[in-house]
Design a protein around this ligand. Structure first.
Ligand code: HEM
Length: 392
């Protein structure tokens, strides 16, 4: 037992010496940038102190985006991490560096660390089908929007019935937004992509549907969106997708929410196909790129939808759907769905906090930004919309 223990220690020590003292040489005797011969070591972005073998894995915590934002404040907007023994990752946290990644380096950084999503002919074909057919603006307008509208209508009908049936609520129901919105998104996805109806049970909606829930916090606080809705659409009919372009303040709430609570705070990881440079630093082929959209967006960090009103965009860079050739192909569908859901909820119901308590915006861990406390609100059908709600 003792002997085995010593052999293990010696093996680890040997690997450690190899890893840290022997210069790294690429396949076939090539250097880090694939060229033969003696050459300078790559000038990698600065990096926090690491521990042997684990590299910087000990820094990977829940709310990873927030820990990376703190590291960026200390080590700069472009820094590097070793995730485990050999995986190099570069973390970008400034608008300038992010733009550089997805403009001049867009092709070089178009890979994903997952083999199934590699940048190549297969991905290009799938992407073309998505962009030109399934998720194109035209297809969303003609085919998907009616599906979304139908599901939103059904949600409003169910909420209206719940409020009417509430025994002691005086025509108001306490609703858990997470569950309602999750049911809706699932139905829309199943209906549009898989063409399968979901059964609407009242349970099993565990995963968080953050963007709408976060926006909802603002609606509860702010009646400006309802006044805009009444002026632009009125109360004699239900809001439709065609109304959305005229609801400027509503769009501003959506933008401001996706700015402060981007559903994918680190986008999806990218990987360099070839060597490239970001902010003057070398990024060798095979490096993972993490773009901290959360950190980029949080300047300023005050929630103020007006910054987007009248076509203004008082922010340095807004990219909740990513940028460049790997940006989200579902953006049009997502924005249309979020817009219509919010518009309908604002038009049909008056909202209140539960027991007048502040909405708890604390964030949980994970790859998205889920809330720790699921959003609940009191929903009361608006008297002016009674006629419309009765015939949904
Ligand atoms: C609020 C809703 C959504 C947000 C915030 C969002 C955001 C994102 C982000 C940040 C990425 C990664 C971009 C990058 O790495 O540069 C992404 C990728 C992707 N999204 Fe979305 N998305 C949303 C909804 C959707 C929907 C509704 C669909 C499809 C129906 C969709 C399909 C995809 C696909 C297929 C990719 C991978 C693209 C690729 O690797 O080339 N997304 N999304």
């Amino acid at each position: 037992m003792d002997k085995a223990y010593h052999v293990a220690i010696l093996t680890f020590a040997f690997l450690f010496v190899l890893r840290y003292l022997v210069p790294r040489v690429g396949a076939g005797g090539k250097g880090w940038n694939g060229k033969h011969g003696k050459q300078a070591a790559p000038r990698l972005p600065p990096s926090p102190p690491s521990v042997p073998f684990l590299g910087h894995l000990h820094l990977v915590k829940t709310r990873f985006h927030a820990s990376l934002a703190r590291l960026a404040a200390r080590h700069g907007p472009v820094f590097s991490l070793r995730l485990g023994y050999s995986r190099l990752a570069v973390v970008v946290s400034s608008p300038e560096a992010a733009k550089e990644c997805f403009t001049e380096n867009d092709v070089a950084l178009a890979n994903r660390p997952l083999a199934v999503a590699s940048y190549g002919p297969y991905w290009r074909n799938v992407r073309r089908v998505l962009a030109v057919h399934l998720l194109s603006s035209l297809h969303v307008d003609r085919t998907l929007s009616p599906v979304v509208s139908g599901e939103v209508r059904a949600m409003a009908r169910r909420m209206n019935r719940a409020a009417m049936a509430a025994a002691d609520g005086g025509g108001a129901a306490r609703v858990q937004m997470k569950r309602r919105l999750f049911e809706l998104s699932l139905s829309v996805l199943m209906e549009t992509i898989a063409r399968t109806k979901t059964s609407r049970t009242e349970a099993n909606a565990d995963s968080d549907m953050s963007p709408e829930a976060h926006e909802f916090k603002q609606i509860i606080d702010d009646l400006k969106a309802q006044a805009e809705m009444d002026a632009a659409v009125g109360t004699s009919r239900l809001v439709t997708p065609d109304d959305l372009p005229r609801l400027g303040y509503l769009q501003s709430i959506v933008n401001e929410t996706l700015r402060l609570y981007p559903a994918a705070p680190l986008l999806l990881p990218h990987e360099s196909v070839t060597d490239c440079k970001v902010a003057g630093y070398d990024v060798p082929r095979g490096t993972m790129l993490l773009v901290n959209v959360y950190a980029i967006h949080r300047d300023p960090d005050e929630f103020r939808p007006e910054r987007f009103e009248d076509g203004k965009a008082e922010v340095r860079l807004l990219m909740p759907f990513g940028m460049g050739r790997r940006r989200c192909p579902g953006e049009t569908l997502a924005l249309r769905t979020i817009g219509l859901v919010l518009a309908t909820l604002i038009q049909c119901f008056d909202w209140d906090r539960v027991d007048g308590a502040e909405v708890d915006m604390a964030e949980g861990g994970g790859l998205t930004i889920p809330r720790i406390v699921p959003l609940e609100a009191i929903c009361r059908p608006r008297a002016a919309m009674h006629g419309v709600l009765q015939v949904l």
